[in-house]
Design a protein around this ligand. Structure first.
Ligand SMILES: NC(=O)c1ccc[n+]([C@@H]2O[C@H](COP(=O)([O-])OP(=O)(O)OC[C@H]3O[C@@H](n4cnc5c(N)ncnc54)[C@H](OP(=O)(O)O)[C@@H]3O)[C@@H](O)[C@H]2O)c1
Length: 253
């Protein structure tokens, strides 16, 4: 596992992933928007012995992002691609539904861009008969959160995409892992109101992701109570489930 791409490397989880993988003999391709934060993550990774290249780009320009991943892979084959970039948001206080523009952005950053990039790199990996793809979704994908329909919907789309890609790519030496975190203790998580039970530190989450990728696991839910909640949601009668989900809405939203 020598050449590793991490999107969202300027964020809380992405920074921890860079730290997890930075080692002599490794090349890290760190993507994000905030160049200063990317430079700082790059400096720490270089201090740990890795060779690092950063790329500042906005994933809402999907065509440019596809061209970038193809260029990065042509410059030296990517062994592991981790798509950790993502946007979180909830309905504005007092609004009945989420803002249409924000729902569009969530769809592009959380679903369209990672799915298109994973397709682009998986096609190249399949041609050489080896490679690993990791897509970071969310446990929110398991639930019809009325205050975060854009987020839950975009992550649900990503989950279904990851499963389908995994089945299609498996016979060509490419593993696809979906990661569904509940809560990770990052600044982004703090920006959302409400309690964050069973939270993982970014370092814990990164270590679990690295282990899941190394084992070629299909799906990892972290922590385990969120896997239980997924089944609870599926088994409850709809009217009761709807009432419970409405009750989870943060006050004022
Ligand atoms: N934290 C949690 O509790 C939690 C729970 C479940 C799932 N997740 C998922 O885990 C992943 C990482 O979350 P996090 O907590 O580390 O969030 P974060 O700190 O906000 O990091 C998000 C990353 O995504 C990048 N990003 C956002 N919009 C982008 C865009 N338009 N173009 C390019 N890059 C963009 C950010 O880049 P810049 O900062 O440079 O703009 C940043 O590097 C996300 O996919 C998130 O949905 C997190």
């Amino acid at each position: 596992m020598n050449r590793i791409l991490i999107t969202g490397a300027s964020g809380g989880l992405g920074t921890a992933l860079a730290r997890e993988y930075a080692a002599p003999g490794r090349t890290l391709l760190l993507w994000g928007r905030d160049r200063d934060r990317l430079e700082s993550v790059a400096a720490t990774s270089r201090a740990a012995g890795a060779v690092v290249a950063i790329r500042s780009l906005d994933l809402t320009d999907v065509a440019a992002a596809i061209a970038a991943i193809e260029a990065d892979d042509a410059a030296g084959t990517i062994d592991l691609a981790i798509f950790a970039a993502g946007l979180g948001d909830i309905r504005a206080p007092g609004a009945h539904v989420e803002d249409a523009g924000q729902v569009a952005r969530l769809g592009i950053v959380n679903f369209v861009a990672p799915a298109a990039l994973a397709s682009a790199i998986a096609a190249r990996m399949a041609r050489r008969g080896r490679g690993q793809v990791v897509l970071v979704g969310s446990a929110a994908a398991f639930h019809a959160l009325p205050f975060a329909s854009g987020y839950a919907g975009s992550k649900a789309g990503l989950a279904r995409f990851a499963d389908a890609l995994r089945i299609g790519a498996r016979g060509h030496g490419v593993s696809v892992t979906l990661v569904s975190p509940g809560f990770i203790d990052t600044a982004a998580a703090h920006a959302t109101p409400g309690p964050k039970p069973f939270s993982l530190s970014p370092a814990q989450a990164a270590a679990r992701i690295a282990a899941a990728a190394a084992q070629g696991r299909a799906h990892v839910v972290m922590r385990w109570p969120f896997a239980g909640l997924r089944w609870f949601d599926r088994l409850l009668p709809r009217s009761l489930r709807d009432r419970l989900l409405r009750a989870l809405t943060p006050p004022g939203h």
